[in-house]
Design a protein around this ligand. Structure first.
Ligand SMILES: [Zn+2]
Length: 185
């Protein structure tokens, strides 16, 4: 079976940027996703299309097909007061914080600290980066109708991985389509 839209792929992978490991999933804890529904970065999905179980391969994804180019307008200088309660030793260049914004939760990176002036960067940490993946295709199966409706993968035998949805039906995660709040409209 080779991977096509609306199938669930399970992969082990190592993501490197400039030779540094940024993220990985091993065979014991593979990453599973529904292929072709936009859950993954575009360049990753494109290059996994048609791969078969057992395939091992390396792919390169340019920034434009990954997290986009960097946008310098997403950096700004703010006062240290914005980080009230954050210890000094955590307020250093490279530190990352989650911030609630109009666009949802975003990762803010401290770009520089100069006295009371803090330069923050709201670009995705991997924006502007070329991503290299070493991938092993471990499993491919058809997504269930329920998974397609929810837009995410369910653990074997149901939605055991979605604890918050267990109050409606004990053996199916998603009574009322409330699984994890990701109801497909
Ligand atoms: Zn679900």
């Amino acid at each position: 079976m080779s991977l096509t839209k609306n199938q669930v792929a399970s992969v082990a992978y190592t993501l490197t940027v400039d030779g540094q490991v940024v993220d990985q999933a091993d065979k014991e804890n593979p990453m599973a996703f529904i292929h072709g529904v936009g859950g993954m970065i575009p360049g990753f999905e494109k290059q996994l299309e048609g791969k078969s179980i057992g395939d091992s391969f390396s792919i390169t994804v340019e920034a434009a097909e990954a997290y986009g180019e960097r946008n310098d307008e997403l950096t700004q200088d703010v006062s240290r007061e914005m980080f009230e309660g954050v210890p000094d030793d955590q307020l250093v260049a490279g530190a990352q914080f989650q911030a609630q914004t109009d666009a949802g939760v975003e990762v803010i990176t401290i770009a520089a600290v100069d006295g009371d002036n803090i330069k923050i960067d709201a670009n995705h940490p991997l924006a502007g980066q070329t991503l290299n993946f070493d991938v092993e295709m471990l499993d491919i199966r058809d997504a269930t109708a329920e998974e397609l409706a929810h837009g995410h993968v369910h653990a074997a035998g149901g939605c055991g991985s979605h604890e918050e949805a267990s109050n409606k039906e004990s053996d199916g995660c998603c009574g009322g389509g409330s699984c994890g709040g990701e109801e497909t409209k």
